[in-house]
Design a binder for this molecule. Structure first.
Ligand code: 1HN
Length: 371
């Protein structure tokens, strides 16, 4: 619906010379007449400045690898190619108040420890030698593994591979634009530059990875998941198993949320992540939600229609869905399955009471595609 000036309860003042003069006097006192902007700041429905976008991994990969020669990880802080929405460069956002980028680490490299108020998550795109130490706990992650760096946890990363193993490229997801929009950022460098590793590698996975079984008498009380890494194999197996038992969601196919094993809720208070399976030939119906989403093609290839625009994706591609934009996905193959990793700010929307969800009402649930 377009803004209409004949709706009761909406601003509909016509400017006159007298009013212009009045507005100027208010402006001189750092004040203004609300009715001149009321309709803009209270739209009928979300009007994101972010647009649907896709970043091609095939195109970006050579440039990401080129950074290995151009800057050291430590000089750069983190060697990351950030993905920006055109109108959101000023706040370093990929979509809405979410950020994503591709981080690259060469064999044998490691980076110093720090912590920040923003929460981070990682999804490994390629390479086998990646590790991260989160609050003293060393995690090893491989292709398609998902890991979290909850806010204010000390973290440092590296690639323990040898030259023939090649670099690691992983995707970072952070809520930096959100934290900055709320004027809440803090940042600290680790006093000893590096953390001391405590306990065995992947201890959170050893303790909490059994899913249905919880350590008896556990006293975990933090607001993020005690499980810090979610390997690909059991994730994929869970999707395949669920596909044997159910048709899944008409909007998302077989979809699983990476969850805090103690609460069943999202892994962190501001961001949640999913892995979904689109069976061979599957095409979902369109829906929309309040909240922003960033997808990564984890396996296979397909097409998503976002706000009427068509985006073809294959492994490693990243694309985004702005808040309240209609979206639907299709697996391009009739023989192979396809998987989409995604993360979102839905936990923020839910905890503030902002979350809404709607099915596309027309055309048998599918959008018409822009020419
Ligand atoms: C950060 O700390 C990391 O720790 C990656 O790997 C990306 C982007 C913006 C701000 C902080 C990391 C980041 C970041």
């Amino acid at each position: 619906m377009a803004y209409s000036d004949d709706v009761l309860g909406r601003a509909r003042v016509t400017d006159t010379a007298e009013l212009e003069e009045y507005y100027e006097k208010l402006a001189g006192l750092e004040a203004g007449a609300l009715w001149t902007i009321a309709n803009k700041i209270e739209p009928w429905y979300p009007q994101p400045q972010s647009i649907p976008m896709k970043w091609s991994f095939r195109e970006l990969r050579p440039l990401v690898l080129e950074a290995l020669k151009l800057v050291s990880g430590d000089d750069a802080g983190r060697r990351v190619v950030a993905l920006y929405n055109p109108q959101r460069r000023d706040i370093a956002a990929t979509v809405g108040l979410l950020y994503t980028g591709l981080q690259v680490m060469g064999p044998g490299e490691s980076m110093t420890a720090h912590r920040h108020q923003a929460a981070a998550l990682r999804f490994v795109i390629e390479g086998t030698g990646a590790w991260t130490i989160v609050d003293g706990q060393k995690l090893k992650v491989g292709p398609r593994d998902f890991a979290i760096t909850p806010n204010w946890t000390w973290h440092e990363h590296g690639n323990e591979g040898i030259d023939s193993d090649g670099p690691v490229i992983w995707q970072d997801g952070l809520d930096i634009p959100l934290v900055n929009a709320l004027d809440a950022p803090f940042y600290e460098v680790h006093p000893d530059v590096y953390q001391k590793q405590q306990g065995p590698v992947n201890s959170s996975l050893l303790t909490y990875g059994a899913g249905r079984l919880r350590p008896f008498g556990d006293t975990w009380h933090k607001n993020h998941s005690p499980l810090l890494a979610y390997p690909w194999e059991p994730t994929y197996e869970a999707l395949l198993n669920a596909a044997k038992a159910s048709d899944g969601s008409p909007y998302d196919g077989i979809i699983m949320e990476y969850s805090n094993p103690l609460t069943g809720g999202s892994v962190m208070p501001t961001m949640s992540a999913h892995m979904q399976l689109l069976r061979p030939g599957e095409a979902t119906l369109a829906h929309r939600q309040v909240g922003s989403k960033i997808y990564t093609a984890a396996k296979g290839s397909g097409t998503s229609i976002i706000a009427g625009k068509r985006f073809d994706w294959s492994e490693g591609d990243i694309f985004c869905v702005p808040s309240w934009a209609w979206h639907e996905h299709a697996n391009a193959s009739r023989s192979d399955d396809a998987c989409l990793f995604s993360f979102n700010d839905f936990p923020v929307m839910r905890s503030l009471g902002f979350f809404r969800e709607e099915a596309y009402p027309e055309n048998d649930g599918h959008q018409s595609v822009d020419a």
